[in-house]
Write a protein that binds this ligand. Sequence first.
Ligand SMILES: [Zn+2]
Length: 444
Amino acid sequence: MILLRGGTVVTMDARRSVLRADVLVAEGRVQKIGRVRARGAKVIECAGKAIIPGLVQAHVHLCQALFRNQADGLPLLEWLSQHIWPYEAAHDARSLSFSARLGIAEMLLGGTTAVLDMATVHHTEAVLEAAAESGIRYTGGKCLMDVIPGPLHEEAGAALEETVALGRKWHGRGLVRWALCPRFVLSCSEKLLGEVRRLSESEGWLVHTHASESRTEIELVRRQTGRDNIEYLADLGLCGPRTVLAHCVHLSEKEMRLLASSGTSAVHCPGANLKLASGQQPLPRLLAEGINVALGADGAACNNTLDAFHEMRLAATLHLPQFGAQAMPASEVLAMATVRGAKALGLSDSIGSLEEGKRADIAVVDLSGPHCQPGGEDLHATIVYCARASDVTDVLVDGRPLVRARKLLTLDAAKLAASAAPEARRVLGRAAAHLPGIGSATPE
Ligand SMILES: [Zn+2]
C-alpha cells in the first residue's frame, strides 16, 4: 500500500473536481480518495504538491530519441527522407533499445505514464523490451511502409506477417499493448492499409498513423488517391474509435465531420508542428466539432523535447491569437493530456482520471517553486501555464512507484544521458556510411 498524503488531488473526473485529500493506492488501483489512515502504508508526503493523473502522450517515436538535435531546420518530407529514415534504418537492436530507454526516462521523469508509440521497421522487440523493463504503460508497434524505396522498405506480406506475430506475442503482456502502425498514406499501399483495417477488426488492435501533417503531404495524397487524406482513410474503413491520427493539421470541413462522426481520435502535436513548419491544427475547431483530441510530443528529433508540460503550454496558448483569449481553458488542455489521451488509447475505463477503482497511474507535481507562486484559484491553470516537467517528484504506474523524489527507479537516467552522445555517434556513423552527406556526427 502507498499513501499519497496531504496533497491537492486534481482528479480530472467528469466534474473536474479538485480536492484536498489523500490518495491510497493498493493492488495497482486507486483504493480511496479522501481522509485516509492506513497503517503500514508507505507514505509519500504531498503537502504543497498536486496529485494528478499520469500524463498520456498519444503520439511519440521512442526510436527517434537518440536523434535529438540532429535534424533541425527542415520541413517534414525533407526531414524524413534525408535524415530520419536513413537514421532509423541504421538502428540495430542495441541502439534502438538505448533510444527507447532514453525517451522513456525523459517521459517518466516528466510525469508521462502512458504512451502511444510508433517504432521503426526493424528490431521492434528492442523497444517493447525497454518499455517492459521501464514499467511505463506502452501501446505501440512496428512501423509499416511498403511503397517507398530504400532501407526501410518491406513487402506488404512480410511486414504484416511480422506485425501479426509480434502483436500476438506482446499484446497484453504486462502493460504492453500492440498497435498497427502504418507510417502514413504516402508510405503505404492500399493493399497494406486494407489488411491493417482487417487486422484491427479481427485482433482489436489500435491503428496508429500520421495524417494531414503538412500541405505538401496532403497535396501528394490528393494526387495519388484523388481524395483528401481523411476521406481516403475513411473510404478504406480506417476511421473509427480504434484509430488514432497524429497531427490532423490541414483538414477540410468535411474531414472534420468525418473524424467526429466516426469517433476517430486526433493527436495535437504543437511542438513538432511548429518546428517542422507544418502549420497549426485548428484545435478549438476540432474540439467544437466533438472530435476527441489528445496530446503528444511526437519525436525528440522534431520537437526536440518529450515534455508533456511543454506541449500543454503550447496547446493552451498557440490558438488564442486566432480564436480568442478564452478558446482553450486550462482544464480542457489538461484533459487532452489525461482523459482524452486515455480515450484515444481505448483505456478510458482504467486510466486518465483519479477515481476510486481506476488503475493508479499518478504524477505528483511540486508547485512550491517561485515559477508557480503565488498559485491562483484554478489549479488546472497553474499546472498548464506554470509547471514544468522538472517539477514532477513522484510517478506511479499501475500502482508501482517508478519515480521517487525525482529519481527514476527502473532505469539509470544519469547513465543514459551520459552515454547518449557516443551511442548516437555510432548509429549516425552507420547511417552516414550508407548515405554520404547525411548526419552531423562522424563515426568513432
Ligand atoms: Zn510522428
